[in-house]
Ligand binder design. Structure first.
Ligand code: SF4
Length: 263
């Protein structure tokens, strides 16, 4: 059986072009009539208003931290279920061993990868995931990221999702930040903010929320890059699980009603 079939059977910088939008009074945003489309969720032009406001107030976030496409992919895998601070140590350890290349990971035994990625948590699984990604890359694209990123977005997305340990958020982070494709990354912060702003509710799937953003915004890689990073900024600094800091949050002008327990 060909290697690819066997495999299947088993299972930056882009911030220079954004223009900071002109200031709009929050009341003008609130009264612009966009709330009437919230219930439909077919297209949501207000999402662009969210983005414009966040970019103006918070500025570009300069994501993704990574020197190469492969380093971005490694970071996207290692950051699952942990903070970026924990990933940085693992990236540094891999760099010191000159392992931030697909061929180098491929040659390294999974047992030897584990201690290097330990700081990122779930290190056994994550070492395995790195090995599985480079096995996929070798099987499908002869180990070449350049060849991989020549693949049309939806096809590549499907292939990435078939790799063990790569879920939708990781696949879309790879496509957006390493592949520069206009794919929107949805995470827990996105869900929390949308729910608190009554844009969506907890039963919406990842694909439904991704589709909502991609239908409602121009297919602009730079915008998608910044918007996700800005959402993470708001999630970390204001929209905490308990006692969100709404009074200081730039998105407070969009909040339809006060959040219980908010500061
Ligand atoms: S205004 Fe409050 S609910 Fe809305 S994003 Fe900010 S902290 Fe979260």
């Amino acid at each position: 059986m060909p290697r690819r079939a066997v495999y299947l059977a088993k299972e930056t910088q882009m911030h220079s072009t954004l223009t900071v939008p002109p200031h709009r009074e929050p009341s003008a945003v609130r009264n612009s009539g966009v709330r009437s489309v919230w219930a439909g969720e077919r297209m949501l032009p207000i999402l662009e208003e969210y983005f414009n406001l966040l970019l103006r107030v918070c500025g570009p976030q300069k994501w993704w931290p990574g020197r190469t496409r492969f380093e971005i992919i490694v970071g996207a895998i290692l950051t699952q279920n942990t903070s970026w601070r924990n990933v940085e140590g693992a990236i540094l350890a891999l760099r010191r061993k000159a392992l931030l290349r697909p061929a180098a990971i491929a040659k390294t035994r999974v047992e030897d990868l584990r201690p290097l990625v330990r700081s990122s948590g779930y290190f056994r699984q994550k070492a395995r995931k790195l090995k599985d990604f480079v096995a996929f890359l070798e099987a499908f694209y002869a180990g070449s990221l350049t060849k991989m990123f020549r693949t049309p977005t939806e096809k590549l997305r499907g292939e990435l999702l078939a790799v063990h340990g790569i879920g939708p958020e990781t696949a879309d982070s790879i496509l957006l930040y390493a592949g520069k494709r206009p794919v929107f990354v949805v995470d827990a912060y996105t869900r929390r903010i949308l729910q608190r702003h009554q844009i969506t509710h907890g039963e919406k799937t990842y694909e439904e929320i991704r589709g909502l953003f991609e239908r409602s915004l121009p297919p602009d890689t730079t915008m998608f890059n910044e918007f996700h990073a800005l959402i993470v900024h708001i999630g970390k600094n204001f929209c905490r699980p308990k006692a969100p800091k709404c009074s200081a949050c730039p998105l407070a002008c969009f909040l339809p009603q006060p959040i219980e327990g908010a500061e």
